[in-house]
Design a protein around this ligand. Structure first.
Ligand code: DGY
Length: 426
């Protein structure tokens, strides 16, 4: 297998289905929200019009209230489960009914700053900016109706970290008895030992059944859900995205919009700060129904560095936490602490390394001044891809490639983070 810039570009071209890029053929045959944001950062390195198209096609799925769904079911029906018949949503195109970590504004700013075709970039970014602002307003109103500064995540798939052990206790409150029959297609593509359990699927589908019965109305979901957590990926990524949107607002927005974003940033910085755990040595998510921290050290707990809200002393504490994890592993950053008894090195979000998480965490440490640790994370990411190829995720103990192959966001991270430039084919 050859791991080159050309091979990474070929993955994006091969996964292109006409303006949108599937994460990988077979397993995920549609457009996913945060995947699209990372994928645009890959396209912008070699095909600028195509990068803009990726973001535009994602927003084709935007609802009238601003929500951008986590899956946009463009294209032909497939065996993917759960498909549009299960979600029963009524947006402009068939889509899921929940959202996903809002990387889009960060991607938009990145593409706008990196673009060489300036007139094109100005036109496309000007048109996208108000749509992204509408999405951020949706997060504030639909997912933080009480104005706490933390948005709630109402479904494990909304966090992007699906079967993370952090969600186990809150998810135990969800019924394991969906009305929709389970017809898993994922395990036909990837070994069951790398995927979530059947019990997880019964509960994720039961939650969809409940929300569909409430017609996806945000206030009803907020009031009735048994699963409501403050997830650090969504909250830290949203904080960073609001900063990036504010920067874009200097060019494309109004003074009133900039004031609105600045006020929100002040509230969210304080709220994220309160998720710090001195005992755990990183930030912890919160169960919003019990009003208690969730005792689970997961990779999202480092993302306040990416948000730019972690103070220097906390960054040093987080660096020490990660160094301790590193002593138990070959490759950083595992999605779950290897000190947690629920750590499983091969199972999806319960242990494996994800390249786009590494990019955000390393960038956070670099910006905070921990450049050696940032470099170690970057070198590990490059080593994993060079050793195993462009996989969905990787075993932190052995470096084995796991999940889907020829994976779009892994190829994009390799391109935009310049991981494989000049590297010899493996
Ligand atoms: C899946 O199908 O596993 C996806 O992660 C849902 O978003």
């Amino acid at each position: 297998m050859s791991v080159t810039v050309e091979a990474a570009r070929a993955i994006l071209r091969g996964n292109d289905r006409g303006g949108y890029t599937v994460p990988t053929a077979g397993l995920y045959p549609y457009q996913w929200n945060w995947d699209a944001a990372f994928v645009a950062m890959g396209w912008i390195t070699f095909d600028e019009p195509r990068a803009w198209r990726e973001l535009e096609r994602l927003l084709e799925g935007q609802w009238a209230d601003g929500m951008v769904p986590h899956i946009i079911f463009h294209g032909p029906r497939s065996e993917y489960f759960p498909g549009p018949d299960v979600w029963k949503t009524r947006g402009p195109v068939p889509a899921s009914g929940i959202s996903q970590p809002p990387v889009l504004a960060t991607s938009l700013r990145h593409c706008w700053e990196k673009a060489c075709e300036r007139a094109l970039a100005e036109d496309r970014a000007a048109a996208l900016y108000p749509r992204v602002l509408a999405w951020h307003r949706w997060w504030a109103s639909a997912r933080d109706p009480e104005g706490s500064g933390l948005v709630g995540c109402l479904h494990p798939w909304e966090s992007g970290m699906d079967n993370s052990p952090a969600w186990d206790p809150a998810f135990a409150r969800v019924s394991p008895n969906p009305t929709t029959p389970i017809r898993r297609s994922d395990t036909g593509h990837v070994g069951a030992e790398m995927r979530p359990s059947d019990d997880f699927y019964r509960r994720v589908i039961a939650l969809i059944d409940l929300y569909a019965s409430l017609d996806w109305e945000p206030r009803a979901l907020w009031a009735r859900t048994p699963f409501k957590v403050a997830d650090l990926a969504i909250n830290a990524i949203l904080h960073r995205a609001n900063r990036d949107l504010l920067a874009l607002g200097e060019r494309f927005g109004t003074a009133a919009e900039r004031a609105e974003l600045s006020a929100r940033l002040e509230t969210t910085a304080g709220a994220i700060d309160r998720l710090w755990s001195e005992a755990a040595g990183l930030y912890l998510p919160r169960d919003l129904i019990l009003g208690e921290p969730i005792e689970a050290a997961i990779s999202a707990g480092f993302l306040p560095l990416w948000a730019g809200v972690a103070k220097a002393a906390r960054m040093r504490r987080m660096a020490a936490t990660l160094e301790r994890w590193a002593a138990k592993l070959r490759y950083l950053v595992p999605s779950t602490s290897p000190e947690d008894p629920r750590f499983e090195p091969k199972r999806y979000w319960r242990g494996p390394v994800w390249c786009m998480m590494n990019m955000m965490i390393a960038e956070g440490f670099r910006a905070g001044g921990a450049s050696d640790l940032a470099q170690r994370i970057k070198a590990d990411t490059a080593a994993l891809i060079l050793r195993a190829g462009f996989h969905e995720y990787f075993d932190p103990l052995t470096g084995a490639g796991l999940g889907g192959g020829q994976f779009s966001w892994t190829a994009s991270v390799a391109l935009s983070w310049r991981l494989i430039e000049g590297a010899a084919g493996a």
